[in-house]
Design a protein around this ligand. Structure first.
Ligand code: SF4
Ligand code: SF4
Ligand code: SF4
Length: 293
């Protein structure tokens, strides 16, 4: 039986996730918890409920449909959601008249995912594109990921793997066989990496080094947030990687944009510490000049 996993999105016609036109497959689960995460719906491994309170009309249909007691209303009709109790059964999603409820994450098998991806094969061929596995951290669902990659390769697809760089070496050696290009995040230099992401930077360095030594190709993707990781030390380390590893084909600065904040709220997560200023176009240009020095 084909391996199954939890997918929270399949996006078509992506042009920023590897070469050409691509379909991006987003897998749930991540061992990091980056302060700036744009995809908080990706962090937990299992399907989860999201609620957009501004669309709610307090009709209480969700409370009547839910057997877990997730939805509560006070005397004034204010809607409170106990996210922890949700079993992701979808019953309330189907009865909500304003579509303010959603489950992120759907169980799919590897063949079904690639069948969906292959629908755009003609665009991949004409543009030099393919499939990009991302997340979350796609390697969290390693068996599922590996099987999807194998099926993708059986169908001659170009495969990109976007990763936060936390990949155990024995898994990496298998993944290398099916990955044409790694899109590897490098988020901060030194001790601040752990503060910003929850994980030591050394693991990421080790992965970059291992991919290089094994003959893989990489694009380094660097999210930059003003005041958090835009240090001279960090830019110097990015320049050093570029000169040290010929396998790094390009470095992309991912300037922070505060567009995803509402997602944290819809998942019932406090985001008060995540209010950071978006980067201006001038800042992005300045940071790009820094890594080109
Ligand atoms: S998805 Fe199911 S368990 Fe979760 S809140 Fe809706 S009805 Fe309740
Ligand atoms: S069913 Fe939808 S609109 Fe009605 S109370 Fe529940 S969340 Fe709000
Ligand atoms: S590695 Fe990516 S998905 Fe995981 S927490 Fe960080 S930004 Fe979010």
């Amino acid at each position: 039986m084909a391996a199954e996993g939890i997918v929270f999105d399949i996006q078509k016609f992506c042009v920023h996730d590897g070469p050409g036109i691509r379909t991006a497959v987003f897998l749930k689960g991540c061992m990091m918890n980056c302060i700036w995460c744009h995809n908080p719906e990706s962090i937990r491994r299992n399907p989860e409920l999201a609620f957009e309170s501004q669309k709610c009309i307090s009709c209480q249909a969700c409370a009547a449909a839910c057997k877990q007691g997730v939805h509560h209303f006070d005397a004034a009709g204010n809607h409170e959601v106990n996210f922890e109790k949700c079993a992701a059964c979808q019953a309330c999603i189907h009865v909500c008249p304003t579509r303010c409820l959603k489950i992120f994450g759907e169980k799919m098998n590897a063949h079904a995912v690639i069948k969906e991806v292959l629908k755009d094969q003609k665009y991949f061929k004409s543009s030099g594109g393919g499939v990009t596995f991302t997340g979350g951290e796609p390697t969290v669902q390693y068996d599922f990921l590996l099987e999807m990659m194998k099926v993708a390769k059986e169908n001659n697809l170009h495969v990109c793997l976007e990763t936060n760089g936390i990949i155990f070496s024995e898994k990496l050696s298998h993944l290398m066989s099916y990955t044409d290009l790694f899109l590897i995040d490098y988020k901060a230099t030194g001790e601040i990496h752990k503060i910003l992401t929850g994980v030591e930077e050394s693991f990421v360095r080790q992965t970059i080094d291992s991919i290089h030594k094994a003959g893989g190709k990489m694009i380094l993707r660097c999210p930059i947030v003003e005041g958090l990781n835009d240090s001279e030390e960090h830019f110097a380390q990015i320049r050093k990687f570029k000169s040290q590893y010929s396998s790094i084909l390009n470095v992309e600065i991912m300037a922070y944009h505060a567009s995803g904040l509402h997602k944290w709220e819809s998942l019932g997560i406090d985001y008060s510490l995540k209010k950071m200023a978006s980067a201006t176009p001038e800042m992005k240009k300045y940071w790009e000049a820094k890594i080109a020095e």
